[in-house]
Design a protein around this ligand. Structure first.
Ligand code: URA
Length: 209
């Protein structure tokens, strides 16, 4: 299977360009990420399930579609995932939210878990896992592995930027999980950062560089 969906909408690309610029302020970066998450959310939710509700318009009765929002779990990989989560929650306010805390071992670049909290009844839920940077793919892969232990109905992974080694590693481990990204950059540097990328997404989001 191994699907990669490149979200090339011009508005997403325009905002991403401003996020990449090193002179963009923390406040600007945060606002742009929130705006992009709304646009990406629109694409990622395209095939989400709807159910039908009997309603009255001012003129007539009708059966109208609504999202099965309570069955959706948005799962943020801390801490940069929070930047994507906030916009998505505005789009799908009924979604339940989970968090996976991982840090990268600076030497091995392996993902080490320090926090894990998901909503109940995961087997009923379509999950959207969010983390802006798919670099080596180690954190994304580890996060999805843990989430799979809860037996969710489905999983998609949403990032802003991905690099080929991360995509390859992720899909070797999780060929059943589709990836959504706004761009695929050519490479990683020796510290595992995406190049040209946008730097450390968490630091840029929270001004902690
Ligand atoms: N994490 C980041 O924040 N940036 C990268 O380029 C890679 C991983």
């Amino acid at each position: 299977m191994s699907e990669v969906h490149l979200l090339e909408h011009p508005l997403i690309q325009h905002k991403l360009t401003h996020m990449r610029k090193k002179g963009t302020s923390t406040a600007g970066f945060r606002r742009l990420l929130s705006e992009i998450s709304l646009l990406m959310g629109y694409e990622v939710t395209r095939d989400m399930s709807v159910e039908y509700l009997d309603i009255d318009t001012p003129l007539a009765e009708m059966r109208a579609p609504i999202l099965v929002g309570k069955k959706i779990a948005l799962i943020s990989v801390l801490r940069a995932g929070q930047g994507l989560l906030e916009g998505l929650l505005e789009l799908i306010p009924l979604a339940k939210v989970g968090h996976v805390g991982l840090y990268r071992d600076p030497v091995t670049l392996d993902a080490i878990e320090y926090y894990f909290k998901l909503p109940e009844q995961m087997s009923d839920r379509d999950c959207l896992v969010v983390d802006p940077m798919l670099a080596t793919g180690h954190s994304a892969t580890a996060a999805v592995e843990r989430i799979k232990e809860t037996n969710p109905k489905s999983i998609k992974f949403l990032c802003l930027l991905a690099a080929p080694p991360g995509i390859q590693y992720f899909h070797e481990q999780h060929p059943d999980v589709p990836l959504y990204t706004a761009a695929i950059d050519p490479e990683l540097n020796e510290k595992g950062y995406i190049v040209p990328g946008l730097g450390d997404a968490g630091d840029r989001l929270y001004g902690t560089a």
